[in-house]
Design a protein around this ligand. Structure first.
Ligand code: FE2
Ligand code: FE2
Length: 342
């Protein structure tokens, strides 16, 4: 587990408490510039810690809210094989949420606080999960495009300067590759089917394409935290560059599938060596981020209900842990001390 970083020996900064804040800050910046990992016990500037708590917790929330649109199809998957695959994928997403909550906790914020921020609407999660999944093809498109965009976003995070986050991302990215592959395979199968199945795939691609492009975040000139995130090695590639890489990769895959991407402005630009595409409707993005997407209320209500209904599991786990601890304490107490007085 990556939380082992809690026990990593202190670095040059935290071993030198006599350093002034300015010196510590300069040493920290130099470590980031050299590409060193920052560990949980290391000194770090407060804004670096805050940026990471915000980013990692948003990421964790996105993983667990992301289970909902797909969970909607677990009981309706068209075959045992597809049901098994989807179950495994949704379970993976739950695991990703747990790795990431644990990584955020290494920064000194409790999981209860993180969850409370999600449930009260103070914390954000990826806007993409506020869109509905009315057909089986949506499940394929989520795997192909949503997990595909997640991989593009997350692979650079494996080299993020904060060690616990970077190590969590390595495992997550391996599993995301399987997620994208299963989505592509699902769609490929449907595209070999009837005209109605092909039309269902095309309709799903049409609905998801633009929201997926928004997953990379606002244009670089409107990204509020980008500059310091790059300086501190949290962000390695800009939103617009990642979006471009994604479009270029997906155009080829869409051709293999036989689907059309719903953008008449999408065409190869030989001079740039990349695809041009039409402007994105950022009004829609901000509406969804600010709670007014098609499923925002439903998603949050489902999360809160799941948390409340699971209260007895948490209480039982705590009671069991207390019992085990009491037994262990009794086992190490010498027998003479445990003997009752005559
Ligand atoms: Fe995930
Ligand atoms: Fe995934």
């Amino acid at each position: 587990m990556y939380t082992q970083s809690m026990d990593v020996p202190s670095d040059e900064v935290s071993a030198s408490p006599a350093l002034s804040d300015a010196e510590a800050s300069a040493t920290f910046d130099a470590r980031c510039a050299r590409g060193e990992f920052i560990e949980a016990k290391d000194w770090m500037p407060a804004p670096y810690r805050q940026t990471l708590v915000r980013q990692i917790s948003q990421h964790a929330h996105s993983e667990i809210v992301g289970m909902l649109p797909e969970g909607n199809w677990l009981t309706r998957a068209p075959s045992l094989k597809r049901k098994t695959i989807l179950l495994a994928k949704v379970q993976d997403e739950g695991g990703h949420g747990l790795y990431l909550y644990a990584a955020a906790e290494t920064l000194g914020t409790s999981r209860d606080d993180l969850i409370a921020a999600l449930h009260s609407g103070r914390a954000k999660y990826s806007s993409i999960f506020n869109y509905p999944t009315p057909t089986w093809a949506d499940i394929g498109v989520i795997g192909w495009l949503v997990d595909g965009a997640a991989i593009m976003n997350q692979v650079p995070l494996c080299r993020c300067s904060y060690g616990p986050y970077a190590r969590a991302m390595i495992r997550i990215c391996r599993e995301e590759s399987f997620h994208q592959r299963q989505g592509f395979d699902l769609l490929h199968t449907l595209m070999q089917g009837t005209a109605a199945q092909q039309a269902m795939v095309q309709d799903a691609v049409n609905r998801w394409w633009w929201p997926v492009l928004m997953m990379f975040g606002p244009p670089d000139q409107d990204s509020p935290h980008a500059e310091t995130s790059v300086k501190w090695g949290i962000k390695r590639i800009s939103n617009d560059d990642l979006r471009q890489k994604f479009v270029d990769a997906i155009v080829e895959q869409a051709a293999v599938l036989g689907v059309t991407l719903p953008d008449p402005g999408l065409k190869w630009n030989a001079a740039r060596g990349a695809h041009d595409f039409s402007p994105i409707d950022w009004t829609e993005f901000w509406q969804v981020v600010n709670g007014h997407g098609p499923c925002n209320r439903e998603r949050l209500a489902a999360r809160v209900a799941a948390y409340d209904e699971g209260a007895w599991v948490r209480e039982a786990a705590l009671a069991y842990a207390d019992k085990q601890a009491a037994r262990q304490a009794a086992a190490v107490t010498p027998a003479t001390e445990r003997r009752s007085p005559p």
